[in-house]
Each structure stands twice: as C-alpha cells, then as structure tokens.
Design a protein around this ligand. Structure first.
Ligand code: AN7
Length: 375
C-alpha cells in the first residue's frame, strides 16, 4: 500500500528498452504532497502526447502544440487530479467519494474508486451529459444520480453532503485535484525544455486553468523555465461568467462539459489571470464546432466539442493580432472525441453526415472514388 508498492506489479522489473510511464504520482512524487504512506491509486494517467500542429502553426504564424489529454485512461485530463484526490482520500481512510459532474469528472471518479476498492456517488445534471461519459460512470459501478437541475446545483449538493455525511468530495474545490492537474505543466516543460509563451485551454470551473498556472509558477521557482505563459482561457458564449462578470443562472451551450455558470475556482483563476497577464474570452457554439472540425481535419486529433474551444480561442486571438509571431503556444485539448461523437456526424449545415452507400462492385466503387484504372 505504500507509495512505490500499491500498483506496481510485485517483483517485476522494467526490462531494458521498455519503460512504462508510471502515472503522475510516481513520476512527480518529488513535487506532490505524497509520502511512502500514500496508497497510490493510479491507472497510469499523464504522459500524454504533446503534438506539434504544423497546420495550425502555418495558419497563425506561431509554433503550435496540442497537449492531447484525451489520451488519459478515462479519456480526459480529469484523471491527473483524480489519482491524487482518490489516493489522498484513501490515505485519510475514506471508503466513499462523491462528486458533481458534467460528465468527465464522474467518469474518472468512478474508475479510480473502482481501482481503489471504494464506492463512488456521482451527481450529474439531468439530460445534459454525453452518453459516452454516462456509460463510463455506470460500467464502473458508481451510484449515478441524475439531478433535476444544472451542474451548479449538483455541486452545491455534493459540497453539502461531504460536509455533513461520511463521504469524501473529489470535485476540484478539493485542492488535491488541482495539485494532480498541475503535473500537465511539468510534462510540457519536460518536452519543450521551457514553458511556452502562451497557453490556451477551455474553462468551466477554472480548476485546470488554475492548475496549469500553478505548475508553471512552481517550475519557474525551481529554475526549469524563465518563461511564465500568458494563460488564455475560453468559455462558451452562453456560459461565460468570466466575461459577464457574474454567475450565469441558466448556462446554455452544446459544449456540455463546460456548461457551468458559477466556476468553483473563480478567485484562484482571476489571480492566475492577473499573475500571468492572461485573458478570458468567449466563443459561440458555431465557432466551437468549426474548431472541432478544423482540429480533426488539419491535425488528426479528435476531441470533444468543449476541448475544441482552445483551438477556436487561438484562431480568434491570432486574428485579433495580439499574439507575437514565432512564439510558442500550447493548447490543451481536455477530452477525447469518442466521449461525445454525435457532433462529428453533423455537416456544417446541421444535416446528418452519412456515408455514401455503394454495391459490392470494384468498378462502381472506383468510379465513386474518382479513381481511373492504371492512372
Ligand atoms: C472536456 O466533469 O467540470 O475549468 O464535472 O470535461 O477545470 O472545470 C468538466 C470540465 C474542460 C473544464 N474540458 O475544466 C466535470 C467538469 C472538459 C471538461 C473542462 C471540463 P475546468
């Protein structure tokens, strides 16, 4: 159950030439609040690809990299914070965890609770979470409760329950979550050798925005980067409290992951923006879906709509002419496209994208494809 024991195959040594990523707690134990008494509940999260996006670089005049967080075990960045939150909960003797969620947090909490031998209860807004995410919470055997309200209502209830009942809160109001998530900044610096000038990411509760900035600040203190990125966070236009300056009562967007009207990390995120000379912007649903398609078509990375807002934000700011040419920008894309594939099957005009139907006939298929024999 100790730090270097719980999920390492007993007695197995890594063979020469094969090095398996060990998850963010083992990889960054020196930079997290863990000890040899911490039972590490890990599914091998983190170590996600930082992909150079040549086409986006050409289009913007910057050097653009995509941090593909959909490559985490449950398909979103939430796993980084969840390994910390569930491990610390277990260290404190908790048997049950609870969270409110627009989908990804519940999927992650359910999976990590399963691995850690704990129970998970998840509160999700009625009808507003993608089927992929709901299916994850169900298959990992969480108590899934659909609340007749929105995410903000769910979080209020989860906080209340954790305060008054023996259940451990694993939403990002729990600092362990932010601590785990800051490891993504460490990885970016590990690859680039320094921090980028700009970092773009989606904003819902603003926990991740806060976490990346914290990670970069800590690395600067350790002398691993002299650059502190300007933090660019984007919200959906119908759910943009940082733009309106007040809680949004009825947030509305197709980007259900970030359909959040009252960000839990409001004050921390404002401080991070201030400290990094950062920026908050809003993108409408049409802009989000256009970026969703652009990223898939030009870079080969399939994300859920909420994640595409990083790309939309970069394009918008580049067009506004406020980004320095030749500078490096990292875009975090937070969740995998397979979480919510319905949006991929829509044409730009809203009609359904259908595969072309063909008979079992080589000549006819060649004709449909515009292929000419021998040419
Ligand atoms: C794909 O799962 O809040 O600004 O309950 O799933 O740190 O909240 C999800 C948030 C971005 C926003 N992208 O991150 C939840 C939840 C995706 C997300 C965010 C979420 P924060």
């Amino acid at each position: 159950m100790a730090l270097f024991g719980f999920n390492r195959p007993e007695g197995l040594k890594h063979r020469r030439g094969s090095r398996q990523w060990r998850g963010v707690i083992h990889e960054y134990a020196d930079r997290l609040d863990v000890s040899k008494n911490t039972p590490v509940v890990s599914l091998g999260e983190g170590g996600t690809p930082l992909i150079e996006a040549h086409r986006l670089s050409e289009m913007t005049g910057l050097r653009v990299f995509i941090k593909f967080e959909g490559m985490n075990p449950t398909g979103s960045f939430k796993d980084r914070g969840m390994t910390m939150a569930v491990s610390k909960a277990k260290e404190h003797g908790a048997k049950a965890v609870i969270c409110a969620s627009t989908g990804n947090t519940s999927a992650s909490a359910a999976a990590y609770a399963a691995y850690g031998g704990m129970t998970a209860a998840v509160l999700v807004p009625d009808g507003k979470i993608s089927m992929g995410k709901l299916s994850q919470a169900v298959i990992h055997n969480a108590h899934v409760l659909q609340v007749a309200g929105n995410f903000d209502d769910c979080l209020d209830i989860a906080r209340d329950l954790a305060e008054n009942y023996p259940v451990h809160l694993v939403n990002s109001v729990n600092n362990d979550r932010i601590e785990g998530q800051k490891t993504a900044s460490f990885e970016v610096i590990d690859v680039l050798g320094r921090a980028p000038e700009y970092h773009f990411l989606p904003v819902g509760n603003a926990g991740n925005y806060t976490a990346y900035h914290r990670g970069y600040r800590e690395e600067a203190k350790r002398g691993r980067t002299s650059v502190i990125p300007r933090m660019f966070g984007f919200q959906a236009a119908g759910s943009a409290p940082f733009i309106t300056g007040e809680r949004v009562k009825n947030p509305d967007t197709i980007a259900t992951a970030i359909r959040i009207g009252n960000p839990a990390s409001w004050d921390l995120a404002l401080a991070a923006r201030e400290d990094s000379n950062g920026y908050f912007g809003a993108i409408d649903d049409q802009g989000i879906l256009a970026a969703h398609k652009l990223l898939a078509k030009e870079v080969g990375v399939f994300v859920e709509p909420s994640s595409a807002i990083s790309v939309a934000g970069l394009m918008e700011r580049a067009e506004a002419g406020v980004l320095e040419k030749g500078a490096t920008a990292v875009l975090t894309v937070t969740g995998h496209g397979l979480k919510d594939p319905q949006w991929a099957l829509k044409n730009a005009d809203g009609s359904d994208a259908e595969p072309t139907k063909v008979p079992v006939d080589v000549a006819q298929i060649a004709e449909v494809l515009g292929l000419k024999a021998g040419a």
